[in-house]
Design a protein around this ligand. Structure first.
Ligand SMILES: [Zn+2]
Ligand SMILES: [Zn+2]
Length: 762
């Protein structure tokens, strides 16, 4: 039989997922010689020599039997002239060549079942080794400094393999064949415990000792894959009170890690879909409804109907629970206010020393910080609140290819960066609120790292329209520095463009509801209905919520009673009611007088069409929340209250010149506040807004003969709101779209901006 030689280049997620061992086995099985190697562009190059039909079988196997975590985007084959040059099939050392673009390293992956079994098997050499991993699991994104993905290019470089690990690493029949994170108690990273001052505490079992300290009510900083967590007990109030005090977080919910799915099922309701998500290899935090048997401290998620739960995702996490009965531990990202999650040991000692009692360190460096992902399930739909660990930087696959490569930098809050390249969108890990040097640097580095990883040739940089955002300034600088085109995209348009690209639709009536976005007129927007088509790089604002006074600008956001006052003042005299509630104003009666005077004069008060602010006002009128101590708090607590309510008011939408009235709705809530329960009134407000916006969107869609209505923006995370809108739209015979792969909040903005710059702009 004649022998032929073929070169195969594979792009996708093919490094760090057991791909080369799989290629080796497949080549040997099909009697082929040649080699496989990782390339510097994150792709894999294969040279095959052998019979034509065997090569065809190989390619079939490649497509059908690839390892579970591998994603193949493209297979490019080239016929070569060589013959019989290779006597066997070999795994070669990686090459630094980088010609192709768009491949990427995988996200961090939770410990697999095989490794978990070995962790528990007293006969296994890796028994009780907290960083046990294999080709199917372990950290990737957070340890890789540069490509190709080989041990010397990761922070595992400092841990030379022992002879036992080396043997497994070199054995094609072993699960750890070429596993770059291979390690054991002898040669791998070590864990150790210290006091808050960094003084070492000698203990033969530091991890389980840390678990005991947690259960006794101490606060321990625990270093994981992508950064530090601050951990403590979930069943005792004292440490939570202490933690809230030192972190200056009076209300913001803490995420928790449950010891097992069974444990979580007692204090939370867990559906089948939520179970899948909790136990998946991505292991995100899932917001679960508290069950009737909820018995953890009320200080974990005060005033909310749900609690963010994740399951252990490293051996270390499992071991924390081994010798204690705690059902769960608080596991909140350790970051000082407005700063990125802490990743370095020294930095942790400096910044957390006053917060925690102990540190559980390990001695492996974290190359890239990465927060936990946060998700929610609406019926069957996955809703991303934060898309980070377990997902980033794996790309979102789009149906169409972008006209050019664009870097999106997002807005100001909950930011991410995005590189749009061809039909792939690479969204970075969660960056946070970009307001200072630390987060700006983090964003810039994350963006540049993505560009390097994907070998992208960026042509344009996209950002928000807001002239004063840090990200706008950064985009400006990068455009100048690199000679990239600068594309500024209106906030809500970016949200809707993201929805269009995600679902491959060419025209849409998009409803976008959130807290704040800079409008084209410079005003504060946030309850918008936009008509968008892929033909144009612009949009039409066809309807919006009534503009309401934002008394005192940012302080109206912080104190929602100000928002309510401004809205009600249009309809009734609220002075007596305000005086009854004067304690809710930081400066009491004098503040009320000033607010009322300002309203009487009417000038120098800016306005907002924000849906978030209207929900805030409802929360204040119902006495559910008077101060916003974290983003979204009043609206989240309002949703928590509405969950047990029904639409008692049955208000009909009031629309004048494409503007949905909101003041009259608030007046109805106000006037009925003694008559009905908070839950029913909270639900009625949701119903009015969701139905009102749906009615307007449907009207606009029918006028323009558009069949699709979308819902985006942070409010789309609200299940009651989204489900009422869905029902109205589907009853009208139209298609209703929400995000499935990207966050509906501002974590999806960078992607939407890149879409406008790469698809719609010329
Ligand atoms: Zn494993
Ligand atoms: Zn070893």
């Amino acid at each position: 039989m004649a022998s032929v030689q073929i070169k195969v280049n594979v792009t996708g997620i093919v490094q760090g997922v057991g791909f080369r061992p799989f290629i080796y086995r497949t080549a040997v099985k099909n009697e082929l010689n040649g080699y496989v190697r990782n390339r510097g562009d994150a792709g894999v190059e294969i040279l095959l020599e052998g019979e034509e039909k065997n090569i065809q079988n190989f390619i079939e196997d490649l497509k059908l039997k690839k390892p579970p975590l591998a994603q193949i985007h493209e297979i490019i084959t080239t016929r070569l002239n060589g013959k019989n040059e290779y006597g066997k099939f070999t795994i070669y050392k990686s090459s630094d060549e980088a010609e192709l673009s768009g491949s990427v390293i995988p996200p961090d992956i939770a410990i697999c079942n095989d490794c978990l079994k070995e962790l528990r098997d007293s006969k296994d050499p890796r028994y009780e080794y907290f960083f046990i991993t294999c080709t199917d699991c372990g950290p990737r994104f957070t340890i890789i400094e540069r490509l190709p993905y080989d041990r010397q290019n990761t922070t595992m470089r400092e841990f030379p393999m022992c002879s036992f690990c080396q043997r497994e690493y070199a054995d094609p029949s072993n699960r750890r064949f070429h596993a770059q994170t291979i390690a054991c108690p002898k040669c791998g990273p070590k864990a150790y415990l210290t006091t808050r001052k960094g003084e070492s505490i000698e203990h033969k079992d530091p991890i389980r000792e840390a678990g005991k300290l947690l259960s006794e009510g101490f606060i321990v900083a625990v270093k994981g894959y992508g950064g530090f967590h601050v951990a403590t007990s979930t069943t005792k109030d004292d440490p939570l009170i202490r933690l809230r005090k030192v972190k200056h977080r009076s209300q913001k919910p803490f995420a928790i890690m449950a010891r097992s799915l069974e444990a979580a099922k007692i204090f939370a309701e867990v559906s089948k879909r939520e179970t899948e998500l909790l136990t998946s290899y991505t292991r995100p935090i899932v917001l679960l409804n508290k069950s009737n048997e909820y018995y953890l401290s009320d200080l974990i998620a005060p005033g909310l109907h749900n609690v963010g739960v994740m399951l252990p995702y490293t051996g270390l996490h499992y071991m924390l629970f081994d010798e204690v009965d705690e059902p769960a531990f608080v596991m909140t990202s350790a970051n000082p206010p407005n700063q990125p999650i802490i990743k370095d040991n020294e930095e942790a000692l400096q910044k957390l020393g006053d917060t925690v009692d102990y540190f559980l360190f390990h001695n492996r460096q974290i190359a890239h910080r990465c927060d936990d992902s946060v998700t929610r399930v609406h019926k069957q739909n996955l809703v991303f609140i934060r898309r980070s660990r377990g997902y980033a930087p794996a790309p979102i696959m789009l149906r169409k290819k972008a006209k050019r490569c664009v870097l999106g930098l997002g807005g100001e809050q909950n930011d991410t960066a995005c590189v749009l390249l061809g039909n792939k969108a690479f969204i970075s890990q969660y960056i946070g609120d970009v307001e200072n040097v630390e987060t700006k640097d983090f964003l810039e580095n994350a963006g540049k790292h993505l560009i390097r990883l994907t070998n992208s040739k960026v042509e344009a940089v996209a950002c928000d329209l807001h002239p004063k955002f840090t990200t706008t300034k950064l985009a400006d600088d990068l455009a100048e520095e690199n000679n990239w085109q600068l594309v500024q995209v209106q906030h809500h348009y970016a949200h809707i463009a993201a929805l269009m690209a995600e679902h491959d639709v060419n025209e849409i009536v998009g409803t976008c509801c959130d807290g704040y976005g800079y409008g084209v007129d410079g005003e504060a927007w946030g309850g918008e209905i936009l008509l968008c088509t892929s033909e144009s790089s612009n949009f039409k604002r066809v309807a919006h919520l009534e503009k309401q006074p934002l008394i005192g600008g940012d302080s109206a956001t912080r104190y929602p009673l100000r928002m309510a006052t401004g809205m009600l003042h249009k309809k009734v005299d609220v002075k007596d009611w305000l005086l009854e509630n004067k304690k809710q104003f930081p400066h009491g009666e004098s503040e009320i007088q000033i607010i009322l005077q300002q309203l009487e004069k009417g000038h120098s008060i800016t306005g907002t069409t924000s849906c978030g602010r209207v929900l805030d006002a409802v929360a204040a009128v119902l006495g559910i929340c008077y101060e916003r101590t974290y983003e979204g708090e009043p609206a989240m607590k309002l949703e928590a209250s509405a969950i047990k309510g029904k639409d008692v008011l049955k208000l009909q939408p009031i629309v004048k010149s494409n503007i949905l009235d909101t003041a009259q709705m608030l007046l109805e809530i106000f006037e009925n506040r003694e008559k009905y329960s908070k839950a029913d009134l909270a639900f009625s407000a949701h119903a009015y807004l969701a139905k009102g916006l749906a009615t307007l969107a449907i009207e606009k869609a029918l006028e323009s003969n558009i069949k699709v209505i979308g819902f985006s923006g942070g409010v789309a995370c609200n299940e009651i709101f989204a489900s009422i809108m869905r029902k109205s739209v589907e009853n009208a015979g139209l298609r209703f779209l929400v995000h499935e792969a990207i966050p509906s909040g501002d974590g999806g903005l960078s992607f939407g901006q890149a879409v406008v710059g790469g698809f719609f702009h010329s």
